[in-house]
Design a protein around this ligand. Structure first.
Ligand SMILES: *Cc1c(COP(=O)(O)O)cnc(C)c1O
Length: 429
């Protein structure tokens, strides 16, 4: 079946034809493409066309698709066991490796997704502090946990309303929402609610709604405010953890979170998430303590082995640093070309993440700064890239992910595709 036939079939049996809304081509103005193979930096569609892939499953594939060293380890365990739901050596090995590597965590537990990790981290923070409110930032994504599906509401400082139908209003009223980059706003919220806030949760590099690079001072002051008011700090490092370096953004900012959540890279391409903290906090978890959390497929052997093989390879070749350099070079080349041609775009880059946005006078630090018409211009650019053999998330607000498999040669080809596509998208105005 080709992509058009598959979409018809999929649409009939799945909401919107997709198993996660960000995969939808709904706003791209073209037929969706279905992929059946991935190898290194590339994916191949069911229609037989090969694309450079900068989505890379939204981040897990830091080594590219089916890295051969990881695949070899996966096949070894695949021939021994799939899932046990019992004690096993594989999870102990990966947990110990992580706890050794990351100085500020004593204990870690595996779950099956980033969403699950966040859900548990929030529960743990409420249990530890005996408080119920949580402060999050507009523009940070933390999975589809009920009380994280909020946007800023009208009225008093920090008031939120649900951004999804079906979420209990009672739950949403316990989520306070602040503006990224706006310390006065955060201070006001703490003044009003400081003693009720169990935790502040943030993406220490917000990378799910554009790439919203914050001043270090902002993140540090938010951290200090939380501490001053007795709230825990949760760093949601589902994207950044292990990608920007083994100690994640916490290590870069030299800020020790009380709880940290992981996902994506940690499972080497399989469904793995985790949350971690110092031992006094983790002692609340059942069966040691009174906070319940469990999982049939948690720490499944395939994901454990894939995760460990991925991390060991990252360490062996110092890959995070190499990727950062590579992505900086990539963004620099594209921005130079954009300026030369006088195009109205910019490539924003942090570590091995990048985001193509319309040109702005000031840095974009919060969704409030998004220029008008952004999504429509992106759709034109997206279609041009697709035509030329490059795939990325079909959404103006999602970042691109550089992988180890994106060699200099692949990057040079991608740079040409991006520039040609930007030219074409700009000409269509
Ligand atoms: C992807 C992501 C999540 C959700 O993880 P899932 O595995 O998709 O549930 C949560 N937080 C952040 C920062 C993420 O990037």
């Amino acid at each position: 079946m080709n992509s058009v036939e598959l979409f018809e079939k999929s649409f009939a049996v799945t909401p919107g034809g997709v198993h996660s809304p960000v995969r939808s081509f709904k706003n791209m103005g073209c037929d969706p493409v279905f992929f059946s193979e991935g190898s290194g930096a590339h994916v191949t569609s069911v229609d037989g066309k090969k694309y450079i892939d900068f989505c890379q499953s939204f981040g897990p594939n830091i080594l590219g698709h089916r890295d051969p060293d990881v695949q070899e380890e996966v096949l070894k365990v695949f021939n021994k066991v799939w899932t046990l739901g019992a004690l096993d050596p594989y999870s102990v090995e990966l947990t110990s490796w992580l706890v050794d590597k990351i100085p500020f965590i004593d204990k870690l537990r595996f779950v099956c997704s980033g969403t699950e990790a966040v859900m548990t981290a929030l529960r743990l923070a409420r249990a530890h502090t005996g408080r119920e409110k949580v402060l999050k930032f507009e523009g940070c994504y933390h999975g589809h946990v009920d009380n994280m599906l909020v946007k800023s509401g009208s009225g008093l400082a920090g008031m939120s309303e649900s951004s999804s139908l079906g979420v209990e209003s009672k739950i949403v009223s316990n989520t306070l929402i602040a503006t990224l980059g706006d310390l006065n706003h955060v201070e006001d919220i703490f003044k009003e609610h400081g003693s009720e806030i169990s935790c502040v949760i943030m993406e220490p590099i917000p990378a799910n709604y554009g790439l919203l690079i914050q001043k270090e001072e902002f993140t540090k002051t938010v951290y200090d405010l939380a501490k001053k008011h007795g709230a825990l700090v949760i760093f949601d490092e589902v994207i950044s953890g292990l990608r920007v370096g083994f100690e994640g953004m916490a290590g870069r900012l030299n800020l020790i979170p009380d709880i940290v959540t992981y996902g994506k890279v940690i499972g080497g391409g399989f469904p793995v998430g985790a949350y971690a903290a110092r031992k006094e906090i983790m002692a609340h978890m059942a069966p040691e303590g009174g906070v319940y959390q469990a999982g049939t497929l948690a720490a499944n052997p395939i994901g454990m082995v894939a995760g460990l093989a991925t991390l060991k390879k990252l360490e062996k070749h110092n890959i995070q640093a190499v990727l950062e350099q590579r992505t900086a070079e990539f963004a620099k080349n594209i921005n130079n070309k954009i300026n030369e041609l006088g195009l109205n775009w910019q490539m924003i880059q942090y570590s091995s993440l990048f985001w193509l946005a319309p040109k702005t006078d000031k840095p974009i630090t919060s969704p409030k700064d998004f220029p008008a018409g952004m999504a429509d211009n992106f759709a034109k650019y997206f279609r041009s890239c697709l035509k030329r053999g490059m795939y990325q998330a079909p959404n103006a607000y999602e970042v691109g992910f550089m992988s180890w498999a994106h060699t200099d040669e692949v990057c040079a080809e991608a740079e040409n595709i991006i520039i040609d596509s930007l030219k074409e998208a700009s000409a269509n105005h």
